[in-house]
Design a protein around this ligand. Structure first.
Ligand SMILES: *Cc1c(COP(=O)(O)O)cnc(C)c1O
Length: 330
């Protein structure tokens, strides 16, 4: 057996915060009066959707890119969403090439988002698997470094810096509601915040449609789930059958998982737009959605990271108008 990567701890999180300081936009943490009234306890919103590239993923990607050895030819990933954008931006900050591999099924606006950040969008094959094969070829044949979206110690340590900031902003937090997909965010945020307050409750929130981490926790090992179209698209995808870090970290740090249906997610997006004046994508709105749905009843001050802003404007319009678009049937 070969030794796997070692989980990062508080020293790595603090080093990541210093490394990232000049690369991040400071994001506010504000008390929501509407949600505080609803919940009966202080509800704090961490406005990380205002981060450069529109999501917290910049933290992990930049922390990983800045630690690559000299002489690497460039960076690559097969992730097309917020991690692809973040990696493109992080590579540019270090003057490195970035090649984001994607299948021809990926919509044009996602390709454009990556090329606008100065990276190459390499279109290959008909599936995410084909795209990953090309990314692995770039590593083998051309000296690129593959930066995965969550299962990497430097990525987890980068995401943990969001937890350090929330712990500083809300030192009396009793719980944190964390959007959960591959678990890099939850693993980092929970470790950082529990280091400060071991009694903190960490709630992971996913969608009912294809919650890979929740299914894996239930099974006791990483499992594949059928990927389905959902308003929380940034929470889709698997955790990797060969998951090395995030599955066991999340299992050890998570206190409860909540799953949301599409109407509940739409209500979260709608509340944030109409009552908080914030544009937040589905995956970033699930904490608010869980409170609104009454699926989590906090007993003390609670912090909700709003993790991303990248929602299709036409989709947002329909949700604001009161609809719950079913992306699976249209
Ligand atoms: C990636 C992402 C998440 C989930 O992060 P994981 O580390 O994969 O669990 C949550 N919200 C948004 C907006 C994301 O892009």
């Amino acid at each position: 057996m070969t030794a796997g990567p070692v989980a990062p701890g508080l020293a790595e999180f603090r080093a990541a915060a210093r490394r990232l300081a000049s690369h991040l936009r400071p994001t506010p943490c504000t008390l929501s009066s509407a949600l505080t009234k609803l919940a009966g306890v202080p509800v704090w919103l961490k406005h990380e959707h205002l981060q450069t590239t529109g999501a917290f993923k910049l933290r992990g990607a930049t922390n990983a890119v800045l630690q690559l050895p000299e002489g690497v030819a460039g960076v690559t990933t097969a992730s097309t969403g917020n991690h692809g954008r973040a990696l493109a931006h992080a590579a540019k900050a270090r003057g490195l090439n970035a090649v984001i591999c994607m299948s021809r099924l990926v919509p044009e606006n996602k390709r454009a988002a990556v090329t606008a950040l100065g990276a190459e969008a390499r279109i290959i094959g008909d599936s995410q698997d084909d795209a990953l094969i090309e990314a692995e070829r770039l590593v083998r044949d051309e000296g690129f470094a593959l930066i995965p979206p969550f299962d990497h110690p430097h990525v987890i340590a980068g995401q943990a810096t969001l937890g350090l900031e929330m712990a500083d902003a809300v030192p009396d937090a009793a719980s944190v509601l964390v959007p959960l997909s591959g678990g890099g965010l939850l693993a980092g945020v929970a470790a950082a915040m529990k280091a400060r307050n071991p009694a903190l409750q960490v709630i992971g929130i996913s969608m009912e449609r294809g919650a890979a981490m929740a299914e894996s926790l239930k099974a006791g090992h990483p499992v594949d789930v059928h990927e389905r179209a959902t308003l929380a698209d940034s929470l889709g995808g698997g955790i990797g059958l060969e998951n090395r870090l995030t599955f066991s970290l999340v299992r050890g740090l998570l206190d409860e998982v909540i799953l949301l249906n599409e109407a509940e997610i739409a209500a979260g997006i709608r509340h944030l737009y109409l009552r908080e004046a914030q544009v937040v994508e589905g995956g970033g709105a699930v904490g608010v959605a869980a409170l609104l749905a009454g699926k989590y009843r906090p007993e003390g001050p609670v912090v909700l990271p709003l993790t991303g802003a990248n929602i299709d404007p036409a989709l947002l319009d329909r949700i604001i108008a009161g609809q719950t678009p079913d992306l699976e049937t249209e």
